[in-house]
Design a protein around this ligand. Structure first.
Ligand code: SF4
Length: 326
C-alpha cells in the first residue's frame, strides 16, 4: 500500500444561497459553485486544477483553507477533517496550509513594509520575533530572488512579478506543508509567468512542498503539475497524470481546452475544437452531464443521466458516458 495522501478532499460542496427580500429574506435558489468534488494530493506533489472562470476552482481552494465555509464534504489533512476543527485548532493548522493569491496588487497591505508583511505571520504563529524575525525575513527575500534591503520598502515600489515573489515569501514564512496557489501567475505578463512558476518549482524541490496549483489555462499548469484535474461547472470531469492528460485526454471538454493551446512545432497541426455557447449558469446547471449543452459529441443519454466519475484504468478518472471503463 502506498503512503496516505497529505490532503484528501471528499465530496466537497459549496452552494451559495440566493435570497430575496430584506427583512424576512428567504432562500429562493443557490449558486452551485462546487458540487461534489473529490481528489487527493500526495506529499511533495503538485496537483493542477484547471477550468474556465466560474467553474469553481478558486472556491475549491478557499474551501480547503476554510477562507469560506463548505456546505458539506470532508477535507482530510494529516488525519484530521479540517472542516470540523475548532477555532484554535484551525489557527494552528493555518501554519501548515498557506495560500498565494492571484492578484499581488490587492493581496499585500499597501501601508505595511515588505518586512512587516513577511514577518507578521511569523509573529502570529510564535515562530520568531525581534532580530531573529528580521534575519528570517531577509533570508526569505533572498530565497525568492529579492534583496534583503527590500524589507524596508513598500509594495507599490515593486513590479507585479516582484510583488508575487513577496506573496510567496509571506506564504513560506511559517514553513507550510501545503500551499494553495490560486492563479498565482494569471495577473502577470507572460514573460514573468515562467519566472514565478520556476521559482515555485525550485522552492518545492528545496523544501518538499505540496501544491494545489489553480489556473484557467492548461498550458500554465503543464510545466509544474504531476497530475491535473479539469473542472467544469462545479465538478471535476477528468483527473490523471500530466502525461496521460496531455497525451491522451479522454473527456471532450479537456480535448477542447487542449486544442486551444498552440503547438510550438510548425510542422505539427492540431484541429481546434471550438465550443459553442457560454458556460451555463451554476444556479441552474444542465441536467445529466453538465457539459452536454456544449459537447460536440453529446448523445441522448447525456441529457438524462449524469456520468459517474470513475477510474478507467491506471488512475485516469473521467466522467463521460462515451469513455469505456477498463
Ligand atoms: Fe459529452 Fe455526453 Fe461525455 Fe458529457 S457524457 S462529455 S455530453 S459525451
Amino acid at each position: 500500500m502506498g503512503a496516505a495522501p497529505l490532503l484528501e478532499v471528499k465530496d466537497l460542496v459549496k452552494h451559495f444561497p440566493i435570497t430575496k427580500g430584506f427583512i424576512m429574506s428567504k432562500q429562493v435558489g443557490a449558486v452551485k459553485a462546487v458540487d461534489g468534488v473529490s481528489f487527493t494530493i500526495n506529499r511533495g506533489e503538485t496537483l493542477g486544477l484547471v477550468g474556465e472562470s466560474g467553474c469553481g476552482k478558486s472556491t475549491t481552494g478557499r474551501l480547503i483553507l476554510r477562507l469560506i465555509e463548505a456546505t458539506s464534504g470532508e477535507v482530510w489533512f494529516e488525519g484530521r477533517n479540517v472542516l470540523e476543527l475548532g477555532r484554535e485548532e484551525m489557527r494552528e493548522l493555518r501554519r501548515d496550509m498557506q495560500i498565494i493569491f492571484q492578484d499581488p496588487y490587492a493581496s499585500l497591505n499597501p501601508r505595511m513594509t515588505v518586512g512587516d508583511i513577511i514577518g507578521e505571520p511569523m509573529q502570529i504563529h510564535g515562530i520568531a520575533k525581534g532580530q531573529e524575525k528580521e534575519r528570517r525575513v531577509q533570508e526569505l527575500l533572498e530565497v525568492v530572488g529579492l534583496a534583503s534591503y527590500h524589507a524596508r520598502r513598500y509594495p507599490h515600489e515593486f513590479s507585479g512579478g516582484q510583488r508575487q515573489r513577496i506573496g510567496v515569501a509571506r506564504a513560506l514564512a511559517v514553513n507550510p506543508k501545503i500551499i494553495v496557489c490560486d492563479e498565482p501567475v494569471s495577473a502577470l505578463d507572460v514573460s514573468i509567468q515562467a519566472q514565478v512558476v520556476n521559482l515555485l518549482q525550485d522552492l518545492q524541490a528545496e523544501y518538499g512542498l505540496t501544491y494545489l496549483f489553480i489556473a484557467h489555462d492548461l498550458s500554465v499548469v503543464k510545466h509544474i503539475s504531476d497530475r491535473v484535474a479539469v473542472m467544469y461547472l462545479g465538478k471535476i470531469v477528468e483527473l490523471t497524470s500530466k502525461q496521460a492528460l496531455y497525451d491522451n485526454p479522454l473527456h471532450p471538454y479537456t480535448q477542447a481546452l487542449l486544442s486551444a493551446i498552440p503547438i510550438p512545432d510548425p510542422t505539427l497541426t492540431r484541429e481546434r475544437v471550438i465550443l459553442e455557447g457560454d458556460v451555463p449558469s451554476p444556479i441552474n446547471p444542465p441536467s445529466g452531464c453538465r457539459f452536454h449543452t456544449r459537447c460536440p459529441v453529446a448523445k441522448d443519454i447525456c441529457k438524462q443521466e449524469e456520468p459517474a466519475f470513475a477510474d478507467v484504468g491506471g488512475g485516469h478518472f473521467v466522467a463521460c458516458h462515451l469513455v469505456e471503463r477498463s
